[in-house]
Design a protein around this ligand. Structure first.
Ligand code: ACO
Length: 318
């Protein structure tokens, strides 16, 4: 039994905030942001627009592309760091909005690695014979976690959602996956606050040691790529498309270089989307599938990295 992605979908909120817009409110420049990150703009959710709303639009598109109805879903997994509520999970809220009630539904919290963690979980459920059809979503309203007066973090992130339908198949599909975490690095990237007794305890905003995150991300993305390639008995030259988490174009470039791949083999949306955390990989995947870059039989390497510190990779044959 294997698992294959049979449909993709995406949703970006309407409102676009450019670097020039940010220049008007904080002490930054378009030149600084582009040179350090490659980001030119990001989409920001409207007031009252939640992670489940973005997830719903992306999921409907993925279901339509797969040609299946919500009633056919056996499992919904939502990767998010910005859930609608403390509980229940955003997967349950999405399930109700889709009208897919009855199947299993839960959230995965692995920050920017969330989609890779969720996709690997879907693969395991399918290969164990537990389920046949899974909706996997990465959705974020990360803008709600930002201190918009802190120029060192607020320029980096955006909102959005991406979704895939994964189905049991007699040929792969997902060839190999590997997940990792190192809790000793909790403090390099976190939102340390929590809700306690009706009050926010600690800071509710993103706190980041940018240099430490950069170094750790480049190292682990190279390592985990080698792991999945070895597990699938493939070489980096066999990879047609690399889709790393879209945090920063310099991280994408360094990762591609370590794998010996040119940037023409990397799907990059970071200039237009910013870092959308768990949504960034499925957003980029959907774009490259819909514009015809990713074609049947090609090898696609998805790589996530984020707070935790967490990281992982999924290698696919499309
Ligand atoms: N505009 C202008 N100047 C700025 C801005 C800004 N938006 N932000 C910081 N600066 C200033 C700093 O204050 C500092 O000034 P100083 O020298 O007077 O103190 C100067 O720019 C240099 O700051 P650094 O932090 O050293 O800049 P660096 O080159 O390291 O770039 C960055 C910062 C872009 C955050 C980089 O460290 C990075 O890309 N790190 C990876 C982090 C990342 O991608 N995080 C995303 C989330 S993590 C994830 O998804 C895995």
């Amino acid at each position: 039994m294997h698992a294959r992605i049979v449909g993709t979908g995406a949703c970006l909120p309407e409102r676009v905030v450019t670097n020039e817009d940010l220049q008007a409110t904080i002490d930054t420049t378009d030149e600084w942001i582009v040179a350090r990150t490659g980001i030119r703009q990001r989409h920001i959710a409207a007031d009252g627009q939640y992670a489940s709303d973005l997830a719903l639009s992306a999921s409907r598109r993925a279901l339509e592309a797969a040609g299946i109805t919500p009633a056919e879903l056996d499992l919904i997994i939502v990767a998010t760091t910005t859930p609608d509520m403390t509980f229940p999970g955003t997967a349950c809220i999405l399930q109700e909005k889709l009208g897919a009630n009855g199947c299993a539904a839960f959230d995965v919290q692995a920050v920017c690695s969330g989609f890779v963690y969720a996709l690997t979980t879907a693969d395991m459920f399918i290969r164990a014979g537990q389920v046949k059809t899974v909706l996997v979503v990465g959705t974020e309203v990360f803008s709600r976690l930002l201190d918009w007066t802190d120029r060192s973090t607020c320029v980096l992130f955006g909102d959005g959602a991406g979704a895939v339908v994964v189905r049991a198949a007699d040929r792969p599909g997902i060839l190999a996956s590997r997940l990792h975490a190192d809790g000793s690095l909790v403090d390099i990237l976190s939102v340390p606050g929590s809700v306690c007794g009706g009050a926010i305890v600690g800071s509710p905003f993103v706190k980041m040691d940018g240099g430490a995150v950069f170094k750790a991300a480049v190292r682990v993305l190279a390592e985990v790529a080698e792991e999945v390639l070895e597990a699938a008995k493939l070489r980096s030259s066999d990879v047609n498309w690399l889709i790393p988490h879209q945090a920063n174009v310099r991280i994408l470039e360094a990762t591609a270089k370590r794998l010996g791949l040119g940037m023409d083999r990397v799907v990059s949306t970071v200039a237009r989307h910013g870092n959308t955390s768990a949504a960034s990989i499925p957003l980029a995947l959907d774009e490259a599938v819909r514009d015809g870059r990713i074609r049947s039989g090609q090898h696609v390497l998805l790589e996530g990295v984020g707070g935790g510190f967490t990281w992982g990779a999924v290698l696919l044959r499309w």
